[in-house]
Design a protein around this ligand. Structure first.
Ligand code: XBP
Ligand code: MG
Length: 220
């Protein structure tokens, strides 16, 4: 089957965003008077729970902390993260802009399948690729759009449905085991580009594992 679409994950794949998320969580905790500080090692573990609200809830359960306003805390975390994204502090990973440009030139459709909040995606695209880049993506499916987040396949199944394409016409680009599982369970072949937080994940079953996405363009 001919390749018709590339479906991109966001965090860790388009950009090394996770440490900005981590810092935003920590700042929000401090502002709310919660004495949690997630260091890099702990955060790598906590990333196994996808989604910011789910991650806070899982940690609160671990700490037996019952009276946390997760919605308000996560909303503040998102505000802080958006300051980083809008401020242009977050850069795309090597090869991403070029790959997107080339995919558009050769007529591939583009989509996004992510666990993160829609505002995070839109502001990252806006700040890195310019305001019109949002229109380059035919489908952008985010954390708010699914009932169950990755590693569940729901986000990818929704993207396939909205693209009107079969899994074999698409290629997913991911950085984590949870993303690999989600796309694979939707029947989509996956290229993995490990990120700083996912280097030690198990990528068995991926079509390719590459250091960065400069290596993907010649394969298209
Ligand atoms: C990675 C995630 C996200 C972010 C936080 O998503 O698990 O939850 O860490 O984002 P992906 P929110 O790799 O699928 O892009 O706090 O907005 O949920
Ligand atoms: Mg990711």
């Amino acid at each position: 089957m001919t390749l018709k679409a590339l479906i991109f994950d966001v965090d860790g794949t388009l950009a090394e965003t996770e440490d900005y998320h981590r810092q935003a969580f920590n700042q929000a905790f401090a502002e709310f008077g919660i004495d949690w500080a997630w260091n890099r090692e702990l955060y790598a573990e906590l990333l196994k729970t996808t989604g910011g609200k789910e991650r806070i809830l899982a940690f609160a359960k671990l700490r037996k902390h019952n009276n946390i306003d997760v919605v308000a805390l996560h909303a503040r975390k998102t505000e802080i993260y958006l300051q980083y994204a809008k401020g242009g502090r977050i850069e795309l990973r090597s090869g991403v802009a070029d790959l997107i440009d080339y995919a558009r030139q050769i007529g591939l459709q583009l989509a996004i399948a992510t666990t993160t909040t829609r505002a995070n995606v839109e502001n990252l695209l806006w700040a890195t690729l310019g305001p019109s880049s949002l229109e380059w993506f035919k489908v952008i499916c985010c954390g708010e759009d699914v009932r169950v987040k990755k590693p569940d396949p729901e986000v990818y199944l929704r993207v396939l449905d909205q693209l009107g394409l079969s899994p074999s016409a698409c290629l997913a680009i991911e950085d984590s085991y949870m993303g690999l599982k989600s796309a694979s369970d939707a029947g989509i072949a996956v290229v993995i580009t490990p990120s700083v937080y996912t280097n030690d994940h198990n990528f068995e079953g991926a079509a390719h594992v590459m250091k960065n996405l400069t290596y993907l363009k010649p394969c298209l």
